[in-house]
Design a protein around this ligand. Structure first.
Ligand SMILES: N[C@@H](CCC(=O)N[C@@H](CS)C(=O)NCC(=O)O)C(=O)O
Length: 221
């Protein structure tokens, strides 16, 4: 039975799952759902509606297991395909990595979502505050990398995948990282070199370019 991942051409959360599955060498069929905010992400794929009461991607079908939510799917992928490990083995390190992944999705990314609706008003107080919140977040992660660690939670893993994708969208919306956080920029380059990341991000950027929409400078080819 084939594993299916339902994602969207501009789905940040779907891209997380695609990258993780590629890192683990899982054979899967990718189903791209119609995806545009202007159309309120409609029509919804019937399988997505059946499995996710929120009607959102990503959705994973692996034989009898049907899941939604990128972080829940990470946990399943790790249990089902333990190697290569994408969470740290040690309990405290694993808990910290999970917090980082959660903070990326639930603390950082909501600031980016605010900017989605403020693109014509980037000098407005809410936009300035959202950009400042992103910059503060970058500063915290830059400090985290100060002890010569190459990746956010030690070894490369889910925390890096989640934050890499979130920051691509932040950059698209005018809140990219700068040379004020050089360790984080170097981290971005390290993560961006991974074939699994390229395999997901490059088509996403091609999709944007094909629509005449902006592509972050560091991802232009
Ligand atoms: N917490 C969820 C968020 C999923 C999510 O926001 N998905 C977006 C795409 S990135 C979506 O499907 N939006 C369409 C909609 O809300 O109708 C996750 O981690 O999977």
């Amino acid at each position: 039975m084939t594993t299916h991942i339902f994602s969207g051409p501009l789905s940040m959360f779907g891209a997380k799952v695609q990258i993780a599955a590629l890192e683990k060498g899982i054979a899967f069929e990718l189903v791209m759902v119609p995806f545009d905010r202007d159309d309120n992400y409609s029509p919804k794929h019937p399988e997505v509606l059946r499995i996710n009461p929120k009607g959102q991607v990503p959705v994973l079908i692996d034989d009898a297991v049907e899941l939604f939510d990128s972080t829940q799917i990470f946990e399943y992928l790790e249990d089902r395909h333990p190697q290569p490990a994408l969470w740290p083995a040690e309990t405290a390190a694993r808990a910290r990595a999970r917090q980082l992944e959660h903070r990326s999705d639930e603390i950082f990314f909501p600031q980016v979502v605010k900017l989605f609706g403020l693109q014509e008003a980037m000098q407005s107080p809410p936009a300035v505050e959202a950009c400042a919140a992103c910059a503060r977040f970058y500063g915290q992660l830059d400090t985290l990398l100060a002890d010569d660690r190459a990746f956010l939670a030690g070894d490369y893993g889910y925390a890096d995948i989640a934050f890499y994708m979130a920051h691509v969208f932040a950059d698209r919306k005018g809140a990219g990282m700068t040379d004020e956080t050089p360790r984080l920029v170097a981290w971005r380059d390290r993560v961006g070199e991974r074939p699994a990341v390229r395999a997901v991000v490059d088509p996403m950027m091609d999709f944007l370019a094909s629509q005449g929409r902006g592509v972050p400078a560091f991802l232009r080819r």
